[in-house]
Design a protein around this ligand. Structure first.
Ligand code: IMP
Ligand code: ZN
Length: 391
């Protein structure tokens, strides 16, 4: 195969390496959707041992390993499968540890992990589920260079009663002896084609009254116009998940766009998730550049790094490459994510300083130019890439 030579001065990095080195903040990551292939295979093996058979799960294995493009409905079938593999406290502990370690290895310095507490008869209560996740978080923070906080998720597909019980559980952690300060907010997620978000408004009001911050999946599909209006007009949202169909040319009132801008409500941007579930037709057609041009706070995120085969570094890479971001733009994105965390201001100050320090060490090291073999100099590192990459 014909190869070209791209030359990168010693101190500089190509875009992907640069993104891996960024001190990143991940604000939209669902625990079960973040499982790596390795973790899923470990879970499958454990399940096969438990059930004493291989046949029942071999088709599942294929689905997991091949999947790179999945409709939203297919994704929710994958979640059901993953939930059937994570129905013990031992599995919950293991997946929490693995996911945190993988984010830390990817250069994530602060992770706001979200998950739906589950009550599984004879196996776990919601409280045991949350305790197990929090214990695993504390353990991983002792050994990995990462700060982790939790959002408990309300799944709109599980009904209002389930949501009330999740909220009353969350309240128990506000003043908990061991876990105080670790549960920083509530996420509302689940299949956007199920239930009506407006029915959850009383629960969201109560959650805010208790002091929880709210991250809400909003306008993820086109049909959500009315519920989106209702939730936004009640001033209940601290961060917007996706917001794919929020712009006024998508059937939403200009008022919402103005209100989001006026109140600086950060939007969690999940590029791979939106393109792979086909809610956005291509990276180029994503809503990111519209909000970015308005200097609106955005937080680049993975959503489900396992299901969508991505990493946070990869999401920064896609974003920077697709929208031709400068080094300064990329650094600003990292810092916007810090401001959008649900941390109290003293912890946010510490995180901001840490991110700023790491960013300043990277400043000037992004390789933007393109050179050919003619410009080969002794003080350069040679990198091989295909002609397609150079075109
Ligand atoms: P868990 O809460 O840790 O079990 O993570 C999986 C759950 O996250 C799914 O069952 C959904 O409720 C939610 N989820 C993951 N990705 C999405 C998404 O793109 N839209 C809405 N909900 C999602
Ligand atoms: Zn999500």
């Amino acid at each position: 195969m014909c190869t070209w030579h791209r030359l990168i001065p010693k101190e500089q990095m190509d875009l992907l390496t640069y993104c891996r080195n960024l001190p990143k903040v991940e604000l939209h990551a669902h625990l079960t959707g973040s499982l790596s292939d390795d973790t899923v295979l470990q879970l499958l093996e454990a399940k096969e041992k438990e059930l004493g058979s291989k046949n029942s799960l071999c088709s599942a294995k294929i689905t997991i390993s091949k999947g790179h493009q999945r409709s939203l409905d297919e994704c929710f079938r994958v979640f059901e499968l993953l939930h059937s593999l994570t129905d013990s406290l031992e599995a919950i502990r293991k997946i929490t540890q693995n996911v945190i370690q993988e984010f830390a290895e990817d250069g994530v310095r602060y992770l706001e992990l979200r998950t739906t507490p589950k009550n599984i008869l004879g196996k776990m209560t919601k409280k045991e589920y949350v305790d197990t996740v929090l214990e695993a978080m504390i353990n991983e923070m002792k050994t990995c260079r990462i700060m982790v906080r939790l959002l408990v998720s309300v799944d709109r597909g599980r009904g209002v009663e389930d949501a009330w019980s999740t909220l009353s559980l969350a309240k128990q952690y506000l003043d908990h002896d061991v876990f105080k300060g670790l549960l920083v907010g509530i996420d509302v997620s689940g299949n956007p084609n199920k239930g009506n978000l407006a029915d959850y408004i009383p629960i969201l009001k109560e959650a805010k009254k208790c002091g929880f911050k709210l991250a809400v999946h909003l306008a993820e599909v086109k049909s959500c116009v009315e519920e989106t209006d209702a939730v936004l007009q009640n001033g209940l949202v601290d961060r917007i998940g996706h917001g794919t169909y929020l712009l006024d040319n998508n059937g939403y009132g200009i008022n919402n766009q103005d209100m989001i801008l006026k109140h600086h409500i950060p939007i969690e941007i999940c590029l791979s998730s939106n393109v792979k579930t086909e809610s956005v037709s291509s990276f180029e057609d994503h809503h990111f550049p519209v909000w970015h041009a308005l200097k609106h706070p955005l937080a680049v995120s993975t959503d489900d790094k396992g299901v969508f085969s991505t990493t946070l570094s990869n999401e920064y890479y896609i974003c920077a490459k697709t929208f031709n971001l400068s080094e300064k733009d990329i650094h600003e994105l990292c810092l916007h994510a810090v401001e959008a965390t649900f941390l109290p201001s003293s912890d946010k100050d510490i995180l901001r300083q840490m991110v700023k320090d790491d960013l300043s060490k990277l400043m000037g090291k992004l390789f933007l130019g393109r050179m050919t073999t003619n410009t080969l100099k002794p003080s350069t590192v040679l990198e091989i890439c295909t002609p397609k990459e150079l075109s």
